[in-house]
Design a protein around this ligand. Structure first.
Ligand SMILES: Cc1cc2nc3c(=O)[nH]c(=O)nc-3n(C[C@H](O)[C@H](O)[C@H](O)COP(=O)(O)O)c2cc1C
Length: 196
């Protein structure tokens, strides 16, 4: 007997606020190529203030509360990171820092996460992704190990509207989502087994 897999909602965040961002384009491509049963919902980080523990102590600002709610309600998180100076851009790090609170009981705890990234350089965000993986390990997020989606020389793979036009990269994004959906469902099933 075959059973229909339960539908998944994946929150898609890009670590760039740039209108023509390739990483925002990668998230849009994920929306387009997601396999049946998986819905990717883009989320814009533009409204998040810089993390400040004094502000946090007064209660999360409304934009932070909305972001945390979106992460909590999603089954999983898909991140498209640029690479800035071989590392993760502040915009993305800031969002993760807000979401990681309170430590050990945050919306990232036990959350399945997949990573991809596009850069104009030849490394395709390899170093930024390594930093991101390392940082996310402290949040107790469940980061998908493979496949990696590294998109080097992004200016040759997106059109003037920053839509992903390169067929191989579109296929790689789809492959990532297929693996990620299986991983997320496996983690959810494991959760249910522990809870019962
Ligand atoms: C401050 C800064 C640092 C950058 N550092 C790197 C880098 O280390 N490696 C790289 O491949 N590209 C680097 N770039 C180029 C980015 O890959 C490029 O700007 C890319 O388009 C950013 O992603 P986005 O299109 O999503 O905004 C850097 C760009 C900026 C603005």
């Amino acid at each position: 007997m075959t059973t229909t897999p339960f539908p998944l909602t994946v929150l898609g965040i890009a670590g760039s606020l740039r209108r023509g961002s390739y990483n925002r384009g990668l998230i849009r491509a994920a929306v387009e190529v997601a396999p049946a049963g998986t819905t990717v919902i883009p989320y814009d980080l533009a409204d998040l203030p810089l993390f400040n523990a004094d502000v946090e102590a007064q209660g999360d600002p409304s934009s932070v509360a909305a972001f945390k709610r979106a992460v909590r309600e999603a089954d999983a998180l898909l991140i498209a990171t640029p690479e800035y100076n071989h590392c993760v851009p502040g915009v993305l790090k800031n969002a993760i820092d807000w979401a990681s609170r309170p430590a050990r009981a945050s919306v990232l705890t036990g959350k399945p996460v997949a990573i991809m990234g596009a850069s104009t350089g030849g490394g395709g965000t390899a170093r930024a992704q390594a930093h991101l993986r390392d940082g996310l390990s402290y949040t107790n997020g469940l980061v998908l190990p493979l496949p990696e989606v590294l998109v080097p020389f992004a200016d040759s793979k997106f059109d003037a509207e920053s839509s992903l036009t390169d067929p191989e990269t579109r296929e790689a994004v789809r492959d990532l989502l297929v693996s990620f959906a299986a991983w997320t469902r496996r983690m959810g099933a494991a959760d249910e087994a522990v809870a019962s």
